[in-house]
Design a protein around this ligand. Structure first.
Ligand code: AHR
Length: 537
């Protein structure tokens, strides 16, 4: 909101000055600054920000897997066993904690046996959900788990509840996890992997209330109990170290239908017996404003920027609402809220296959990502896992590829800047966010989180949503003697600035530093920016 000094309005003599002030604000945005006091109490500790909230989602959809990850061993694009080297190197820098695969809606039509064995004998099937294109099945179980290994992540496998059977899913888990010489383990060995794989997370269905089979809560609950009982990690050594976490389908939006669904699953959990269990409840929430997605991912102005950010902040209300329902049935917070699909969903880029969900990724998306990660961090006691949709070439991607070319998106950089927050301990902070308004849309001007990493270093992540004003954060710290702050800041000339193959560094982080004076820090945030710093003592 533009705040006009009252004295200017009242005094006729001041009118020329008022004109100059207005011209400065309107013609040269960014020159004014808003002072915001922020206090951090580093002597106090909150919940751990689970590294799994920085998880990713890779579905067989468009060029997400084929071309994005998999080019095949005979490709001229540099690869290791068919998996692109450039993509692996980029993802390693994100320390991706887990990858959800093979879907999404695709998961409830996926039959794993089609994707194992010699490449030339794999079944060729269809992908009816996503453009009705050919699914060559050349990227299957062994290839996905090789990819997980190459990027140093963990597997979150979504099993087929909609059109599969519990036996099919149990066999898949046995194929992947057993250390005993069963027929399925021998088949795995014949396919090049004698050692059992580790499966850390299991999704039991996807959106079972819709593309996963249009089930009622009661019907899904019956399936959940059966799958939870029989689809096991068959490797006791892995179970001892970390039991495989089983994630049930949860709500997909706001409204009575989702409340009823969440109540039903959590009520059943409350009275579950030894023979079935769940450790997570999924929640899906995309930033769309209204369906079908009509906002564009390129060439938009400040009004759309503000509306999309307003819409993304609805995540806060949803997380609070479903956490409250979960608290009723699970006050000890044993079940995690797993936001395993989130992100901006825009109109498909003109000329692209609408079934491939192709969109660009702008500075707005980096800010959108930071706002959501902050919400998850503030609810770290319940939100212990999340998966942005999706990893490569689909929706709010980290990476965009075209044949041999690859470009890192603004969202990629937001995730890279947030790496220090993985498994860090939240530190309480207080600030008056102020207001940034564009037309009828009003938003907090700034957002921030603080946390200590495992070495005790204090980190701050600060977002200035206002595209017209700098934010001068006056940071006072308790529990640390700050000398300086160093880190990175991410901004760009415009809210819709993007990285392209021709111009890959339009939105890229730059070094940021500030010296403390009298133990206080003045952090000068650029308009429409994201800044992550560590505090040096
Ligand atoms: O991410 C794209 C799709 O959105 C997923 O397949 C589905 O689960 C959701 O509706």
């Amino acid at each position: 909101m533009l705040r006009v000094p009252r004295t200017f309005i009242l005094s006729l003599a001041a009118r020329p000055l008022l004109l100059i002030w207005l011209l400065t604000v309107l013609i040269a945005p960014g020159v004014i600054a808003q002072k915001i006091a922020l206090s951090v109490d580093a002597s106090k500790a909150g919940a751990k920000i689970d590294r799994n909230i920085f998880g990713q989602f890779a579905e067989h959809l468009g060029h997400g897997v084929y071309e994005g990850i998999w080019v095949g061993p005979d490709s001229t694009i540099p690869n290791t066993r068919g998996i692109r080297n450039d993509v692996v190197a980029a993802l390693k820098a994100l320390k991706v904690p887990n990858v959800r695969w093979p879907g999404g809606c695709f998961a409830d039509e996926y039959h794993w046996r089609k994707g194992i064995g010699p490449a030339d004998r794999r079944a060729i099937s269809l992908n009816p959900n996503w453009g009705g294109v050919i699914e060559p099945n050349t990227f299957g179980t062994n290839e996905f788990l090789d990819f997980i290994d190459q990027i140093g992540s963990e597997a979150y496998i979504s099993v087929n509840v909609g059109s599969g059977t519990p036996q099919e899913a149990a066999d898949w888990l046995e194929y992947m996890t057993t250390a005993q010489p069963t027929t399925l383990a021998k088949e795995r060995a014949a396919n090049g992997h004698p050692a059992p794989y580790k499966i850390a997370y299991l999704g039991i269905g996807n959106e079972s209330w819709d593309c996963g089979g249009n089930m009622t809560p009661d019907y899904y609950l019956d399936q959940l109990k059966i799958y939870s009982r029989f689809v096991r990690n068959f490797n006791p050594a892995q179970q001892d170290r970390q039991p495989m976490l089983k994630i049930a389908v949860g709500p997909g939006g706001d409204g009575p239908r989702w409340t009823e669904w969440t109540e039903a699953i959590m009520k059943a959990y409350q009275s579950h017996t030894w023979s079935w269990d769940m450790s997570g409840l999924s929640m899906h929430n995309y930033t769309v404003v209204k369906w079908p997605p009509s906002y564009t991912s390129v060439d938009f102005g400040e009004a759309e920027y503000a509306q999309i950010l307003k819409s993304t902040l609805e995540m806060e209300g949803l997380v609070s609402k479903y956490s409250a329902i979960m608290d009723k049935y699970d006050p000890q917070k044993k079940v995690a809220l797993v936001v395993d699909e989130w992100g901006g969903w825009y109109a498909p880029l003109p000329g692209s296959n609408p079934g491939f969900l192709v969109q660009q990724n702008s500075l707005r998306d980096a800010i959108l990502a930071a706002l959501n990660l902050n919400i998850f961090a503030r609810h770290a006691d319940r939100v212990r896992m999340a998966n942005i949709a999706q990893m490569i070439n689909v929706l709010q991607a980290m990476i965009i590829t075209d044949k041999e070319k690859m470009v890192l998106t603004p969202t990629y950089y937001a995730f890279r800047m947030y790496v220090p927050f993985q498994d860090a301990i939240s530190v309480p902070l207080a600030f008056d966010s102020g207001t940034y308004a564009r037309g009828e849309t009003s938003l907090p001007r700034v957002d921030a989180i603080a946390a200590k990493d495992k070495n005790g270093k204090l980190w701050l992540a600060l977002t200035n949503l206002d595209p017209n004003s700098r934010a001068e954060m006056q940071v006072s710290l308790q529990g640390v003697q700050a000398k300086s702050a160093t880190g990175e800041t991410l901004t760009a000339p415009k809210v819709d600035s993007v990285n392209t193959f021709a111009s890959p560094n339009t939105v890229a982080p730059k070094p940021f530093s500030a010296q403390a004076q009298g133990g206080k820090l003045a952090l000068n945030l650029e308009p429409k920016s994201l800044t992550v710093v560590s505090i040096e003592q």
